[in-house]
Design a protein around this ligand. Structure first.
Ligand SMILES: Cc1cc2nc3c(=O)[nH]c(=O)nc-3n(C[C@H](O)[C@H](O)[C@H](O)COP(=O)(O)OP(=O)(O)OC[C@H]3O[C@@H](n4cnc5c(N)ncnc54)[C@H](O)[C@@H]3O)c2cc1C
Length: 363
């Protein structure tokens, strides 16, 4: 049985570990912190790129495959762990799209998408608490969301029940390489040997000692507000001008997000609070003074928005699955399957060339 070390226990690392373990690999997964506490915890859990028509086709292909895998995955996780990841087809309602917009044109080309152009009355019926009066809005009916902390908890539980070694608070300082072959990793707890290492360290993946080829990946901070109101007051994931409102089943409502390259800084700011709170309350006055908490996460960004998935160009046994930027939760199941295909030399679920590790352009 081949040994593999997965570095990073966000959604990318956890689902990769699950795929690899089910394919027969002896998997150890390490995180420098507690499992599932970084970007994957902080995110909104919308199971779609926010404005899919603005993204490269390769992203929509990975997203579409994941959208296909998600219902089975969450059902399986729920049955195995009794933790409900709260996967719900709550739909995506675009307040900034009408019949002349790119969203409506894109929707007409999507065979699997159920969509509707709503007039003002239908919009009011769909979201009675919405204060903003609009002549039109675009609804993607069969788009889903998931509750990130619960999804992560469920995957971690499943891995614990399998023969996977989970090592939290183990920081990988260096991938060990001899004659261009991976030997394992050096951690703050000592060395672990294995012929394969998969880097899933999110925004940290290109750091020195990990997968330096992936210096193209850098952190972009996103802040999020969480409100609590009566359940079912809001019904859909709502998007407007790049911001979104996500109602959870228990009445919690997430509002996001900002996009700021501030290095590895997770400090929240009053400025972001003001902007997001004004956005949310101007659409839904019911949210006023109902704030529960406010946090920031670090998206693993790339300039072209494409994740980096594949083998190291010259070090045998070193792989990466990272850099999913704003779409890491939606793309995670298909990315994990793709990296398994690559490592195990199986036929790939899609053409992997768009995601191959790429060098940062010199300015
Ligand atoms: C505010 C916000 C909203 C978002 N909303 C959505 C959304 O609605 N839908 C969507 O699809 N995506 C969304 N995203 C993006 C998504 O959350 C990320 O793309 C995704 O979580 C990245 O997952 P990951 O596992 O690659 O990274 P992470 O979750 O960041 O995990 C990386 C892990 O690697 C560990 N690590 C780093 N260095 C080391 C080391 N040297 N040794 C050991 N461990 C290490 C870290 O501790 C961390 O746990 C959002 C992100 C943010 C911040």
């Amino acid at each position: 049985m081949d040994k593999i070390i997965v570095v990073g226990a966000g959604i990318s690392g956890l689902l990769s570990a699950l795929e690899l373990s089910e394919a027969g690999y002896e998997v150890s997964i390490l995180d420098q912190s507690d499992f599932g506490r970084e970007s994957s915890w902080a995110g909104g859990g919308i199971i779609s790129p926010l404005y899919p028509w603005e993204y490269p086709e390769a992203i929509n292909q990975l997203a579409a495959l994941s959208q296909h895998y998600y219902p089975t995955l969450v059902k399986r996780l729920y049955e195995a762990t009794d933790i409900d990841p709260e996967y719900r087809e709550s739909g995506m309602l675009f307040l900034d799209q009408d019949e002349d917009g790119p969203g409506y044109r894109w929707a007409q080309t999507q065979a699997q998408l159920r969509y509707q152009l709503l007039d003002g009355a239908a919009l009011h019926a769909a979201e009675p608490g919405l204060k903003t009066a609009l002549p039109h809005a675009l609804l993607f009916e069969n788009r889903a969301q998931v509750r990130n902390p619960r999804l992560l908890k469920a995957v971690i539980q499943v891995l614990k029940n399998k023969n996977v070694k989970l090592l939290s608070r183990s920081s990988v300082e260096q991938v060990l390489v001899r004659h261009n072959e991976v030997r394992g990793v050096k951690t703050n707890q000592g060395e672990i040997l294995a012929p394969h290492v998969l880097i899933c360290a999110g925004a940290w993946s290109g750091q020195s000692g990990l997968f330096e080829q992936a210096k193209t990946i850098y952190p972009v901070q996103g802040q999020m507000l969480l409100y609590r109101i009566a359940a079912n007051t809001l019904r859909h994931v709502i998007l407007d001008q790049g911001r979104y409102i996500i109602p959870r089943a228990d009445g919690r409502v997430l509002v996001g997000s900002t996009m700021e390259p501030r290095g590895f800084d997770k400090q929240i700011t009053q400025q972001a609070f003001k902007a997001l709170n004004e956005f949310a309350c101007s659409h839904f006055p019911v949210l006023e003074n109902q704030l529960e908490t406010h946090w920031a996460g670090l998206r693993p960004a790339t300039d072209d928005h494409l994740p980096v998935i594949g083998p190291h160009p010259s070090i045998h046994g070193l792989y990466i699955n990272a850099g999913h930027f704003r779409n890491g939760v939606v793309m995670a199941p298909a990315s994990a399957r793709l990296i398994l295909n690559i490592i195990a030399k199986q036929p790939t679920i899609l053409d992997p060339t768009a995601f191959a590790p790429r060098l940062k352009k010199q300015n």
